[in-house]
Design a protein around this ligand. Structure first.
Ligand code: SF4
Length: 371
């Protein structure tokens, strides 16, 4: 199956560049995360950034809390390839020094960086070094003196107020994030902001929790916005290992057709019709892992997706299995039917099914993709 079969309409935003990563405009939606190790632990931070990069992170953010951290930052920048964003609050000098150290993007909140003169210094440094600035407004840190309660309108007004400070300094390489831990508030605020400005949007829930609820709330929020054409870079905020954030973020992008996996497994939940001798979950997992280890690289190179169905019985199984590129459908007595490109090709014992299907896929890849 070819890429791009269900591409969504996307709002055209201004494009900015962070290192080798383009954000906004016609650039693909990127996935990012943030380290959760103090910068003083240079070795650990470098290792975590590399893990994130291996998993597919396209930008990694780091909290730079103290001026002394800039020396750590320099070592980290020289040791990794993925673009880095420095997250800075309260002290404009840290932002300026991080920019001079070679950071690819800064995230600030102009409201807490100090006087207009200080904001101007950060903007001048960003301009001189050609890096974008992300304005991040969060429900939890909105100015309580100014805004008595957190509403989408107040979040957007606060964001616009901050954006205006940069615009007043003739700076437009801006990325905006407006986050709340509430799904509805988050979606409404991003839609409202998008009606007012064309800057690229960094989207995601903030303080989204952990585990299943975080995955579902983040997927609903990010997925909903993406399907409405909003969002240029995403971050799933999850308590725990940031590497997980990348795995989930990439899956969300696949769900909305923004990316496509090399291998897509279609499997049924099984029911009382499944022959008790068949372990459909194990077969589906074994098939995915065998196909990925042998063919994933070539599928990525050829920009090709394989759909593989693993179905529990002969009622719905043959239909789905023949719709997919390759498939297995449970039969009786621990046997399975094999399907290749819509045709039933064999009936085998279940413990031979994965091996037999791999042989069919190998034939297809060598004759059709590698000719
Ligand atoms: S494909 Fe068959 S085994 Fe699977 S859920 Fe449907 S009816 Fe049940």
């Amino acid at each position: 199956m070819k890429q791009g079969h269900n591409k969504r309409e996307r709002k055209e935003t201004k494009q900015v560049r962070a290192g080798n990563l383009l954000i906004g405009g016609d650039a693909p939606v990127s996935v990012q995360s943030m380290t959760n190790i103090p910068l003083e632990d240079v070795k650990g931070t470098i290792e975590q950034i590399k893990q994130l990069e291996r998993k597919g992170a396209e930008l990694v953010r780091l909290a730079v809390r103290k001026e002394e951290n800039v020396s750590h930052l320099k070592k980290i920048i020289s040791a990794v390839n993925v673009p880095l964003c420095a997250d800075i609050h309260f002290n404009h000098r840290i932002a300026v020094e991080s920019i001079k150290a070679g950071i690819n993007k800064v995230r600030i909140n102009p409201g807490n960086i100090g006087s207009p003169e200080r904001v101007k210094e950060v903007v001048r440094a960003a301009n001189d070094n050609g890096i974008p600035v992300r304005i991040g407004v969060n429900g939890g840190s909105i100015d309580k003196k100014k805004y008595s309660n957190v509403t989408p309108e107040n979040l957007v007004e606060s964001a616009i107020e901050h954006v205006q400070i940069l615009e007043d300094n003739n700076f437009n390489d801006i990325v905006v994030s407006i986050k709340s831990s509430d799904v509805f508030m988050n979606i409404a605020a991003n839609r409202l902001f998008s009606d007012k400005r064309d800057y690229p949007l960094h989207i995601g829930l903030t303080e989204a929790g952990f585990g299943t609820s975080c995955i579902i709330d983040s997927s609903v929020t990010i997925g909903h916005l993406l399907m409405q054409g909003l969002g240029d870079t995403i971050r799933v905020s999850m308590t725990g290992d940031p590497v997980e954030e990348i795995t989930i973020g990439k899956k969300i992008l696949e769900s909305v057709g923004e990316r496509f996996p090399a291998v897509k497994i279609i499997s049924c939940p099984t029911c009382g019709r499944t022959d008790p001798e068949l372990n459909i979950l194990k077969i589906a997992r074994d098939l995915e892992s065998a196909v990925c280890s042998e063919f994933e690289q070539i599928l990525i190179e050829k920009n090709h997706m394989l759909t593989l169905a693993v179905m529990g019985c002969e009622v719905n199984g043959p239909g789905e299995a023949s719709e997919a590129d390759f498939g297995l459908a449970g039969a009786r007595h621990g046997e399975m039917l094999l399907f290749a490109k819509g045709e039933k090709s064999a009936r085998v014992k279940s413990d031979e099914a994965v091996f037999a299907l791999i042989k069919e896929i190998r034939k297809y890849v060598s004759t059709q993709l590698c000719k």
